[in-house]
Design a protein around this ligand. Structure first.
Ligand code: SF4
Length: 423
């Protein structure tokens, strides 16, 4: 859970997880649906799925015994990479093996003035060798946790607390800053400059030094290390999403959600029906795409005019800048869905929130509710009434001098017919 996620966010999830599945056997017996439900909101959903797959493998193929070395953990369990294997083996089983995560990379790069691109395999291998060499043989778990904690609390990305750092005497980046300060003060008093250190010239072919094109920047001090890797731009995607609604039991709104495929992004999670949009489509074209998809899927005609634009919801995944273009469509009666399509079900708002849905979909529902709230407080129904599958009704605020217009409904019908939609 802590991979890519902060402790403060994880604590609640961890406690609920351990309460529900205190043993590997309990986790192995759970369904992916339950795992996704508990994981909902934590992001990077494949972690939960893999955790459960690993538990199943330990129970069914390894006689309930966890592998105890980093090599076996990585080799035998799905989703266990080099870092996770090292962390489990050293912390849980006392194996003298190092760990390299983002915090450790930063500390080691500063300790040894490593300025090369840390996303390169050669540099990563070198850092692993260093971590494996440095690790304390008698207390590897404590050592590794201390190193990670040092990076998280003292040797932080932007404001390292070098003055309080317990390893500053060993830190080459700190020494370099000290040397520069000493040299500057000598110059100030007209003394000769110190003889430069041979390490300050390590910009030739060295695999680990700052490249010659990116020389040391005095204003950055120790934060010259690690060098920032060029950030990969996230992919830009647009998706048309439709909040399909109907009046359920006692007029309570219900929403149709469908399950995503069991692999890929947000695998196995539930969402409002969503379809990819080609770039550059205008609103009318987007509606046509959505209506076509819904029509094929629900096997009933869907008019573009009945789709109500709700707004755009942006969600940033680690590698995708996703914009959900949200529409709502209110139905009168049930739907027969294409049998070949994904599993689907109707849920109330409460059930929706308890389901395995992503944070992005919660934002989509919030946008739809905000729109309904705004319409309700303005007293303006307009096209929303039409999309409720009811005869077209236009309702404006009487204080503004406007009026009700009910082409095919008696005015007395309105509260009963519309109140479930506009509470
Ligand atoms: Fe990090 Fe500063 Fe400590 Fe070096 S002295 S390890 S740069 S906090």
């Amino acid at each position: 859970m802590l991979q890519q996620t902060q402790v403060a966010t994880v604590i609640d999830y961890y406690n609920r997880w351990m309460q529900k599945w205190p043993t590997l056997q309990a986790l192995a017996a759970a369904s992916l649906e339950e795992v996704n439900e508990l994981w909902a909101g934590l992001g990077y959903y494949s972690r939960g799925k893999r955790l459960q797959e690993a538990a199943r493998k330990v129970v069914s193929e390894l006689a309930g015994r966890m592998p105890r070395t980093a090599e076996d953990l990585q080799r035998l369990l799905p989703g266990v990479g080099r870092y996770t294997a090292g962390a489990i083996a050293s912390i849980s089983f006392g194996q003298a093996t190092g760990v390299v995560d983002g915090n450790v990379i930063r500390v080691l790069c500063r300790l040894r003035c490593i300025g090369a691109d840390t996303s390169s395999l050669a540099v990563i291998d070198c850092l692993w060798n260093m971590a494996n060499t440095l690790v304390d043989r008698s207390r590897p778990g404590d050592f590794n946790q201390a190193l990670m904690e040092l990076g998280a609390t003292v040797c932080t990305p932007k404001s390292p607390l070098c003055g309080e750092c317990p390893v500053k005497e060993h830190c080459h980046a700190w020494r370099r800053v000290e040397k520069e300060l000493a040299s500057a003060s000598q110059k100030l008093f007209g003394k000769t400059t110190l003889v430069p250190d041979v390490e300050d010239y390590g910009t030739g072919d060295c695999l680990l030094c700052l490249p010659a094109a990116e020389l040391w920047d005095s204003s950055l001090g120790v934060t010259n290390f690690p060098r920032k890797a060029a950030k990969k731009q996230p992919r830009v995607e647009r998706t048309a999403t439709c909040v399909l609604e109907r009046r359920g039991h006692l007029g309570v709104p219900e929403y149709l959600i469908v399950q995503r495929p069991s692999s890929g992004l947000l695998a196995g999670l539930w969402e409002f029906p969503s379809f990819p949009l080609a770039p550059g489509l205008q609103e009318e074209q987007q509606k046509e795409v959505l209506a076509d998809h819904l029509q094929a899927w629900t096997r009933q005609p869907v008019q573009t005019q009945s789709l109500c634009f709700v707004g755009e919801v942006v969600h940033i995944f680690s590698h995708i800048h996703q914009t959900y273009v949200v529409y709502s469509l209110c139905l009168d009666g049930d739907l027969v869905l294409d049998a070949a399509s994904s599993p689907s079900r109707w849920v109330t708002e409460e059930e929706f929130r308890a389901s395995a849905v992503s944070t992005a979909m919660k934002k989509v529902l919030k946008a739809r509710e905000a729109q309904r709230g705004a319409q309700s407080s303005r007293g303006k129904v307009g096209s929303t009434a039409a999309c409720a599958g009811l005869p077209c009704a236009l309702l404006e605020h009487k204080d503004l001098g406007l009026h009700w217009e009910l082409p095919s409904l008696e005015q007395g019908d309105m509260p009963g017919r519309l109140s479930p939609w506009f509470p």
